[in-house]
Design a binder for this molecule. Structure first.
Ligand code: FAS
Ligand code: PHB
Length: 404
């Protein structure tokens, strides 16, 4: 077995692991990333598209902002359509200047990968049998196999950035972990196509036929979603059927001018709310999807991962720059405050904008009565400036919290 040493072992080379690795490197904290698959496989996952103000600032702090600044699109507002009636939420005006950046997760992951490679930082792709050990001791380590070689990576801390199906969360004993989960009775069928977006800004559409979202990746590439039953399979949906259904759910004037074309990616994602408490166990920290999952209705998944990275970076900088090891015990409490706020916002947006049919959120309530409550709720929040401010503040992302 080959022994390696570092200060922070990062399990997972997705956006969480890469962003954390780049920021730690900037502040002189050594780190190694262990990633189960190849870099190309990581880049093949089509996921998020909206970066909160805080995430964009972290990317700038990491010194990886060049392409985001030139190819990303700042959005000052977001549109909501309720059965075809549009309302604009002016993010910039209602938050005193905050905006969001429309820039795909694939792009930001690629930028971080290239920066890591350029800095020649150690990254082990196709690492298998990755296993944290002695995380409660002062000498934790991670074992793994790569290229037929067995490794022992000795470190001070382990960042579990290995997503929902990773090994890190399972390292916290079941009698210590408390998991909360809500699985929604529908999924999102997403389609990526090289056609110009149908709208300058994103459109979240509530419609009696089901939810739809018009998003984008660039002036020539669009990303669309429609709510589908969990029983649907992607092969049930031809491109033509997708476009036809999408048009029925978006505002008529938007649908009438929409450009359609062949899909370059089409997939169905299930929706769930999930949180693991605590997000830390000894010298192991859970980051991003390893600790929490949100329904993408609030554009929070990737952004929550960035929030965790921001907090863990503060903790590790204080440990190494000031020798304050006690501060690691602040991580979980601070991270979870932001997580639960984003979980609630994402659940609220999902509950307001989707059709639940007989699977209403609250089984004690007649589903039609529930639907009338939710339609009234979304119309109220959109009809008042205070209500739109409540949406805007959370959509752009609340400020990151400092350590005590
Ligand atoms: P990731 O899952 O991205 O990365 C974890 C990495 O760890 C992976 O590369 C994996 O290969 C690796 N790994 C796993 N187990 C390992 C092990 N044992 N050893 C080593 N490596 C291991 N968020 C939004 O904001 N908006 C969206 O529209 C949106 N859409 C989504 C659609 C889908 C289908 C999914 C699954 C998620 C979506 N998300 C969305 C959320 C998504 O963007 C995540 O929040 C984001 O990828 C989180 O990044 P990570 O925490 O790095 O986790
Ligand atoms: C996307 O562009 O993929 C996207 C944007 C906003 C969301 C969800 C997904 O809320």
């Amino acid at each position: 077995m080959k022994t390696l040493k570092t200060q922070v072992a990062i399990i997972g080379g997705g956006p969480s692991g890469l962003l954390l690795g780049q920021l730690l490197h900037k502040y002189g904290i050594d780190n190694v990333i262990l990633e189960r698959v190849t870099g190309d496989y990581v880049l093949g996952r089509i996921r998020a598209g909206i970066l909160e103000q805080g995430f964009a600032d972290l990317v700038r702090e990491a010194g990886v902002e060049q392409r985001m600044e030139t190819e990303g699109h700042v959005h000052e507002g977001v549109l909501f359509s309720v059965n075809g009636k549009e309302t604009r939420v002016d993010l910039k005006k209602l938050t005193g200047g905050d905006e969001v950046v429309c820039y795909g997760q694939v792009e930001i992951t690629q930028d971080l990968m290239e920066a890591r490679q350029a800095a020649n930082l150690p990254t082990y792709y196709e690492a298998s049998n990755v296993q944290p050990h002695d995380v409660k001791s002062d000498a934790p380590y991670v074992t793994f196999t790569q290229g037929g070689e067995e490794y022992r990576l000795e470190c001070d801390y382990i960042a579990g950035c290995d997503g929902f199906h990773g090994v890190s969360r399972q390292t916290i004993p079941a009698d210590v972990r408390q998991e909360f989960e809500r699985v929604y009775p529908f999924g999102w069928l997403g389609l990526l196509a090289d056609v110009p977006p149908c709208s300058e800004e994103l459109i979240y559409a509530k419609h009696e036929r089901g939810f739809a979202l018009a998003s984008q990746r660039s002036p020539t590439r669009s990303r669309y979603y429609i709510q589908v039953p969990l029983t649907d399979k992607v092969e049930d949906w031809s491109d033509e059927a997708f476009w036809e259904e999408l048009k029925l759910r978006l505002p008529p004037d938007v649908a009438a001018n929409m450009q359609t074309g062949p899909s370059i990616e089409k997939s169905i994602a299930p929706l769930r709310s999930f949180v693991c408490e605590p997000m830390q166990y000894g010298n192991l920290f859970l980051v991003g999807d390893a600790a929490h999952i949100v329904p993408p209705t609030g554009a929070k998944g990737l952004n929550l991962a960035a929030g965790d990275v921001a907090t863990l970076l503060k903790v590790l900088r204080r440990v190494y720059e000031q020798g304050d090891k006690e501060c690691i015990n602040q991580y979980s409490e601070i991270a979870l405050r932001r997580v639960w706020n984003a979980e609630r916002f994402s659940w609220w947006m999902t509950s307001m904008l989707h059709e639940f049919g007989d699977e209403g959120n609250d089984s004690a309530m007649d589903p039609q009565m529930r639907d009338r409550f939710m339609t009234s709720e979304v119309n109220y929040f959109l009809s008042s400036e205070n209500g739109r401010r409540v949406i805007a503040e959370q959509y752009v992302g609340l400020p990151y919290e400092d350590l005590a």
